[in-house]
Design a protein around this ligand. Structure first.
Ligand code: ADP
Ligand code: ADP
Length: 228
């Protein structure tokens, strides 16, 4: 089954088209690197696939369902992330938040089960040692890995990641890219990753899309990036 099928999808804000006539397919377990200049519609496309933005035309299916009905299958990690916390949260608690919104039901307490899943997710991203540290005191790369752990805790089949590398220094980029590679290899989760810097991700990208409101290019990294 395809993770995403888009046929002639146009996405609107107040009657203006941000994305026009977009068609593509992403197979299950594939990773798509989504590239394009600022304002190209990358975030808009991710938010539409995630089911947050509903003003679109054409046919869009996520695991054969309209985006709004596929929310349980998707984890979305926005580009900028503010916790807005009153009390500083520990890394483990930030991960556990991802487990308390299940099936539309918000648990007010962190159950043992959720805490256990959060520990496992932190271990998966290699951060068990910082679980009791305040999230705000972590390095940029560690924060991004905690957010990945948080996205994984609901066992998604599709991960939507908006610029997961952009705020990081080169060594942290490699660190986060390695975790993304591990997610692909060990969990087989489909991913759409927006990025300006394709280099740390060439190994894990099955497909590359160049978007500039319209589809500019789509194919394997070899096909699309050969001339760059
Ligand atoms: P990218 O992520 O590629 O930088 P965006 O998806 O953020 O591009 O933006 C695409 C276009 O849609 C831009 O022209 C932007 O100004 C516009 N846009 C984005 N979000 C909104 C919104 N909530 N309301 C109206 N216009 C928006
Ligand atoms: P929607 O619920 O339709 O997805 P958003 O939550 O993305 O809309 O944005 C809500 C409102 O914020 C938009 O209708 C728009 O008026 C405003 N907005 C946000 N970002 C932009 C932008 N880049 N350009 C213009 N307006 C924006």
């Amino acid at each position: 089954m395809e993770a995403v099928i888009a046929k002639n999808v146009s996405i609107y804000y107040n009657g203006q088209k941000a994305v026009e006539e977009l068609s593509f397919k992403l197979e299950e377990e594939e990773t798509l690197l989504l590239m394009g200049p600022n304002g190209a519609g990358k975030t808009t496309l991710l938010r539409t696939i995630a089911g947050f933005h509903k003003n679109y035309g054409g046919e869009l299916l996520v695991f054969n369902k309209p985006p709004g009905e596929a929310k349980e299958l998707i984890s979305y990690v926005p580009q900028s992330y503010s916790l807005n916390e009153r009390v500083p949260l520990k890394a483990l608690e930030v991960v556990a938040i991802g487990g308390i919104y299940k099936k539309g039901f918000v648990h007010t307490k962190l159950s043992k089960e959720v805490c256990q899943s959060a520990e496992e997710a932190l271990e998966f991203v290699g951060l068990s040692q910082v679980k009791d540290k305040p999230f705000s005191e972590l390095s940029g790369g560690q924060k991004q890995r905690v957010l990945l752990a948080r996205a994984l805790i609901s066992n998604p089949r599709l991960l939507l990641l908006d610029e997961p590398l952009s705020a990081l220094d080169p060594s942290a980029r490699v660190e986060v890219a390695n975790v993304l590679g591990k997610i692909k290899q060990e969990k087989g989760i489909s991913m759409i990753i927006t990025t300006h810097d394709v280099n740390p991700l060439t190994e894990i990208g099955d497909k590359v899309m160049l978007l500039n409101r319209r589809l500019v290019a789509f194919g394997t990294p070899d096909e699309v990036l050969r001339d760059e």
